[in-house]
Design a protein around this ligand. Structure first.
Ligand code: PA5
Length: 467
């Protein structure tokens, strides 16, 4: 597969600070350890692909996410409409044509990736626009991620304002997660009132494991078998953005899911082949991990410079927290959106405890024409001296100014440059962060897969509920 997209770049040079940051010797020290973690990560994939016995210490081994981009793309190339990607696109098109409002129900890894893609790639006011201005695509709403009465009430109420039936995409790997199952029942009841029982299955697209309660329910309401999408074995919830879990909602929105996967495949290629120093996965792990063990810097702020990236940051918060927050270990992830959060978190990042590394997520180009500040007859705000400057230029000054302020106080920062907020760049970014999380897990001896700690609240909640 030969792929040529502008690549994302990671520049951690501003973490090389005597006294409070890293030294070149630290990077030299970690190099062989990282090579070993890269080799182990790739061996895990081979072990998983071989399908043989998995050593006790490696269970669960959900290494399947690594091969998803190439596997789906190759199959699409060979079988087109008959491939899984082909079916995702066809079913997405069908549902998008049928309805103007779709509820995507899911929680955690079954929701955050789709939301990240929606917020990053669609018009910031997508749901408010008339259908033509949305490229003929439906409005998308996210639910099934809480048991909040008023939140659910709000969306049900909105759907009741129209006689048109609203589609449902319901995503749950286990098929039994209470938040999602409960809201599915509520939205299904609403849908039945509009379309009756006979056609119910045509308005619902489930993405789930096999077997699962959700799959049984989907079959019972008449969803066609080839329109129930699997979450492949060996792909864990928060690692599933590049299968139907993220791809189906993305295709409903008209996003180019082939380019998204190609971006991810490009990152796989770089991860396998590039050396430390030009390998964004290894470099990111090296710097984040070293700052933690050498300097006690265990809060990782992903500082996103643009509103469209907030949900990408929240997706990463979950990935890092659920994967490495085990056994008394794991750094604290925190998403900031700047310049907004310079006026909320900024004070603490500048002068608070020295426990933070700031990774700036910076866009190198914008989707829309640059807005320039015009001269005005009313200059009481004294902005005329900035006339002619564009918003991207002002953003660049904010980034440079903030980095300078941190550097002046010897606070480490790194820059992660994204060519554009589009599918190829996001595919690279998602795959980079997925791989980095696994490599770091192997480096510190934590199994990044599974989330045993999440079961405790469910057990107690069920005890309370069923008393
Ligand atoms: O990463 C994970 O596995 C979790 O965050 C799950 O995605 C989340 O708990 C939802 O689970 P399910 O898809 O089974 O409803």
């Amino acid at each position: 597969m030969s792929l040529s997209y502008p690549v994302i770049k990671y520049d951690p040079s501003a973490t090389l600070i005597p006294e409070t940051g890293l030294a070149q010797a630290d990077l030299d020290w970690i190099a062989p350890r990282l090579e070993a973690a890269r080799a182990e990560t790739l061996d895990d994939l081979a072990l998983w692909q071989a399908g043989g016995a998995v050593p006790e210490t490696k269970i669960p081994l959900d290494a399947g996410f690594m091969e998803l981009p190439e596997r789906l793309l190759n199959e699409y190339e060979q079988k087109k409409e008959a491939s899984e990607l082909g079916r995702i696109i066809a079913v997405a098109e069908g549902l998008a044509e049928k309805t103007d409002r779709i509820a995507v129900l899911g929680i955690g890894g079954s929701y955050m990736g789709a939301r990240a893609l929606f917020e990053a790639c669609c018009h910031p006011y997508h749901n408010e626009l008339p259908r033509e201005a949305r490229g003929g695509r439906p409005r998308l709403y996210f639910e099934g991620n809480n048991v909040d009465n008023d939140g659910l009430h709000g969306l049900i109420d909105l759907f009741r304002q129209t006689d048109d039936p609203c589609g449902i995409v319901v995503i749950s790997k286990s098929g039994g997660t209470l938040e999602t199952a409960l809201s599915f029942r509520l939205f299904l009841d609403e849908l039945r009132k509009k379309v009756g029982d006979d056609q119910l299955g045509d308005w619902v697209v489930p993405v789930t494991g096999d077997p699962s309660r959700l799959r049984s329910l989907a079959e019972a309401i008449g969803c066609k078998k080839d329109a129930i999408f699997p979450i492949p074995d060996g792909v864990g919830g928060r690692f599933s953005i590049l299968c139907a879990v993220g791809l189906l909602p993305a295709a409903i929105l008209g996003l180019d899911i082939v380019k998204l996967l190609e971006g991810a495949a490009l990152m796989n290629e770089r991860f396998r082949n590039e050396p430390l120093g030009s390998n964004p996965v290894l470099d990111y792990v090296a710097v984040s991990h070293l700052l933690e063990v050498r300097r006690g810097i265990d809060t990782r702020v992903l500082s996103t410079w643009g509103k469209g990236m907030e949900a990408v940051g929240l997706w990463y918060d979950q990935l890092l927290a659920e994967s490495l927050g085990k056994d008394g270990q794991g750094a604290l992830p925190l998403t900031a959106v700047n310049t907004r959060d310079l006026h909320s978190r900024g004070q603490q990042h500048q002068e608070g405890r020295r426990d933070k590394v700031i990774t700036n997520l910076i866009l190198q180009s914008q989707k829309y024409d640059s807005i320039a500040l015009e001269k005005s007859d009313f200059d009481q705000d004294q902005l005329n001296e900035l006339a002619g400057k564009t918003l991207p230029e002002i953003m660049d000054a904010a980034i440079a100014g903030t980095n300078r302020a941190y550097a002046d106080d010897a606070r480490p920062t790194a820059d992660l440059f994204l060519p554009k907020l589009d599918e190829p760049s996001l595919g690279q970014l998602f795959q980079m962060l997925l791989l980095a999380t696994v490599v770091e897990g192997r480096l510190i001896g934590i199994n990044p897969y599974g989330q045993p700690g999440v079961e405790a609240y469910k057990r107690h909640m069920n005890e309370f509920l069923r008393k």
